[in-house]
Design a protein around this ligand. Structure first.
Ligand code: GLA
Length: 497
């Protein structure tokens, strides 16, 4: 009996000591790349401490229980003032770890982790942060960029085949001619860097240059996604320390637009350092030899609208990610009122991409989405499967009179003229003296909304307007105009000067 206890104790201690070290759990992404989780563990006195690096986060282990053969770790990281936690169930057989991340109390698919040398997965040295200066204006995006992006619909499933199909559809269904020209491949196109540091695309994109040629051949432009950090949000290779090299690679492929996402930079840099990191890529694009639209994606942190243009940005996200739900679109869209002063030709506020046609809202709600984004002079980046759209969705995305408001050359973003409960009136001055006026009903019932011209700052009562959803001229009489607006719907008028 005594002997048994002795053996068991020694066995356990042996495992415990072995647990300390650097471990890598790698699982295939299905595109030739692997999803990597590094666990740098220290087992001491019955407790596990250390770090876990997974996708865009470097967590500190905050709690451990059980062990050493079977234990649960909870790791935490501070992100924008709030704590983000990740929990893992881990089994240790003395040789390998079996790691399963626990979400909603349910362990996910277990992945085997092997021992790797100390230093593997460590963050690279920080790059030198340039002093702020003005990146020269690239002369692009005189009106808000229009196009399509893969993320909202296809997430990590985007592929060469899908992008070609989308380009075919956009070139033939009227979208290209309506202005939707930038086809952007979002996260998960990235492969590995070679020995020279050159970034390659992964197996889903066998030849990026050939794809760019194809897209250009359709009269369209091609966009890509990367970020200033070591990884993208999905844990793929990003541009940290390779800004110039990547910009040159993309220019060589024929890339016309870059969405640059903060995600993986937050492991190493503070918000106060964002501007310098965006400027590094702004400079790199300027020196790339190709005109590339620069789209900043850092979710509206540190008042990006105040320094985005200086860092070379043509547009900058002003919020977190949109979802295909009325509540999400409504919160984001109606939350933009204070940002109007920062929009101008070449430099746009970006309240995120369109969800029109993705199925989570009614057609009336999608018309409000399109109306609101057009009033906001927002980039119109479709996010649905444009290869397969209902006629109603097609009409919304292709309403040329609404698009003309978005693309107005004056480039003035709408402001809220009035709000009364669920009723809101927004206005936007247009080139040539017309005024766009939107009557929004955020409520649950159809309601009549009245607009008083004097409250919009119009010098005299207008006599003519165009209802751009009904495609009808409207005769105006007197000091007010009122219209029935369905629940979550919009009446959008172009009031003639
Ligand atoms: C972030 C961005 C999204 C999308 C994903 C991709 O969440 O805000 O628009 O690019 O990353 O991983």
């Amino acid at each position: 009996m005594k002997l048994c206890v002795l053996i068991f104790t020694f066995g356990a201690l042996g495992h415990a000591a072995d647990l300390t070290g650097n471990w890598l759990a790698a699982s295939p992404n299905g595109d030739g790349t692997t999803r990597k989780v590094w666990l740098n563990l220290k087992y001491d006195d019955g407790k596990v401490t250390g770090t876990i690096r997974a996708t865009q986060f470097l967590y500190q282990i905050a709690e451990s229980s059980g062990g050493p053969e079977k234990f649960t770790l909870t790791a935490a990281v501070q992100d924008e003032g709030r704590e983000r936690r990740a929990t893992y169930e881990i089994a240790f057989d003395g040789n390998e770890l079996t790691v399963a991340q626990v979400r909603n109390n349910t362990p996910g698919t277990p992945v085997t982790a092997h021992r790797v040398p100390e230093g593997d997965g460590a963050l690279p040295p920080r790059v030198e942060l340039p002093a702020p200066h003005k990146v020269p204006d690239n002369g692009l995006a005189r009106t808000p960029p229009m196009g399509w992006n893969s993320w909202n619909k296809f997430h990590t499933r985007v592929s060469d085949e899908i992008v070609r199909g989308v380009a075919d559809a956009i070139a033939s269904n009227g979208m290209r001619d309506a202005g939707y020209v930038y086809i952007t491949i979002d996260d998960t196109w990235e492969g590995e860097r070679d020995a020279q540091g050159v970034l390659h695309s992964n197996n889903k994109f066998p030849d990026m240059k050939a794809l760019a040629d194809y897209v250009h051949g359709k009269g369209l432009k091609l966009g890509l996604y990367s970020g200033p950090g070591v990884t993208t949000c999905q844990g793929y290779e990003a541009s940290h320390g390779h800004e110039q090299q990547d910009a040159k690679t993309w220019a060589g492929w024929g890339i016309d637009y870059l969405k640059y996402d903060w995600c993986g930079a937050r492991m190493m840099y503070t918000d106060a350092e964002e501007r310098a990191l965006y400027q590094r890529m702004g400079d790199a694009l300027a020196a790339s030899g190709r005109k590339i639209v620069f789209s900043l994606c850092q979710y509206g942190r540190v008042d990006v609208w105040k320094w985005g243009p200086e860092a070379g940005g043509n547009l900058w996200r002003t919020t977190g990610d949109i979802g295909d739900r009325w509540e999400s679109m409504e919160r984001i869209g109606f939350g933009q009122a204070d940002l109007a002063p920062y929009a101008a030709p070449g430099h746009w506020n970006d309240p995120d991409m369109l969800e029109i046609g993705n199925g989570g809202m009614t057609d009336a709600e999608y018309r409000t989405h399109m109306s609101l984004w057009s009033m906001l002079a927002a980039p119109l980046i479709a996010g649905n499967d444009v290869r397969d759209m209902t006629p109603a969705i097609r009409e919304i995305l292709l309403n040329k009179e609404v698009i003309a408001i978005d693309q107005d050359t004056l480039g003035r973003q709408a402001t809220r003229a009035s709000k009364s409960g669920d009723q809101e009136i927004w206005t936007r001055p247009l080139a040539g003296g017309d005024t766009a006026v939107a009557l929004f009903n955020r409520g649950k019932d159809t309601t009549s909304i009245a607009v008083k011209w004097s409250e919009l700052g119009l010098k005299k009562n207008p006599s003519k307007a165009r209802d751009v959803w009904l495609h009808k001229d409207v005769a105006l009489k007197g000091a007010t105009y009122s219209a029935e607006v369905p629940s979550h719907g919009t009446v959008l008028l172009r009031v003639r000067k």
